[in-house]
Design a protein around this ligand. Structure first.
Ligand SMILES: *Cc1c(COP(=O)(O)O)cnc(C)c1O
Length: 253
């Protein structure tokens, strides 16, 4: 349509900007992997598309990104419906999940990284039973102790993880955290180290499993790679600054 009429449309410029930011992120990831003596292939990138318009997600898909993280269920579902024509696009929920939206989340998200209570885990397990497939989950841990953050306190995680083993329609894959918002790299790294240590503890308790460590965002993912992250959740460094309430605007895609 209109985007074909000009050699360089606003859409094309936006796509070029995204590709450039993505390349810079990729370079940062490679450098951090190298510094940590890790293979690039051991760290997955989960782009976080929250508040970004569907047009930006189309550009991201065209740039080769095939999973998108969203922190609100309604927004995830609305975008998934509008982008139903895109092949192989998977959605990951990374924000707090309210019990009245559990069914929607289980149906539309390929993975839920924000399991922050046993009740939520049990509700997702029931959804898995009725869907006839296991629900992939990560346990969210509040590694900073900040009251504003969701997640299990670290000392409750081993018991919760043991409980999850009885929920046969859940597939617990690992742990997720949002580090302390701090200008002190040591404090941020300490949050990541705490999550990695917890994961080791679970592996010992359960004889393996718990492979995933979802940690690291635009501002701190280099530190997260150094501490063993397997999944970087990166929003603004890929998509640019978040527009306000862009998801509520009419689609141009
Ligand atoms: C928004 C968000 C991110 C990405 O944040 P950026 O700083 O934009 O990279 C990662 N994880 C969670 C849980 C988020 O809500």
């Amino acid at each position: 349509m209109t985007e074909r009429e000009w050699p360089e449309s606003a859409d094309q410029r936006a796509a070029a900007g995204l590709a450039e930011r993505l390349e810079r992120v990729e370079q940062r990831i490679r450098r951090a992997c190298q510094a940590a003596g890790r293979d690039r292939s051991t760290v997955a990138l989960l782009p976080v598309s929250k508040t970004q318009p569907v047009a930006a997600i189309r550009q991201a898909r065209a740039a080769g990104l095939s999973r998108m993280g969203e922190n609100r269920v309604q927004e995830l579902v609305a975008k998934a419906e509008r982008l139903g024509d895109l092949p192989d696009l998977a959605w990951v929920l990374i924000g707090h999940l309210q019990s009245n939206k559990v069914a929607l989340a289980a149906r539309w998200a390929s993975q839920i990284q924000s399991v922050d209570s046993l009740r939520l885990a049990q509700a997702l397990d029931r959804q898995g039973q009725s869907l006839g497939r296991p629900v992939e989950v990560l346990i969210e841990v509040n590694t900073s102790g900040e009251p504003s953050k969701f997640g299990f306190p670290p000392d409750q995680v081993p018991a919760a993880a043991a409980q999850l083993r009885h929920l046969t329609s859940l597939r617990p894959l690992g742990l997720m955290t949002v580090a302390q918002q701090s200008s002190e790299p040591d404090q941020v790294a300490a949050c990541f180290a705490r999550l990695a240590a917890l994961r080791e503890r679970l592996r010992q308790d359960q004889g393996g499993g718990w492979a995933e460590l979802s940690m690291g965002m635009s501002g701190d993912f280099d530190l997260a790679i150094a501490q063993g992250s397997t999944c970087l959740r990166i929003g603004s460094a890929i998509f640019g600054p978040r527009p306000v309430a862009a998801a509520d605007q009419p689609s141009t895609a």
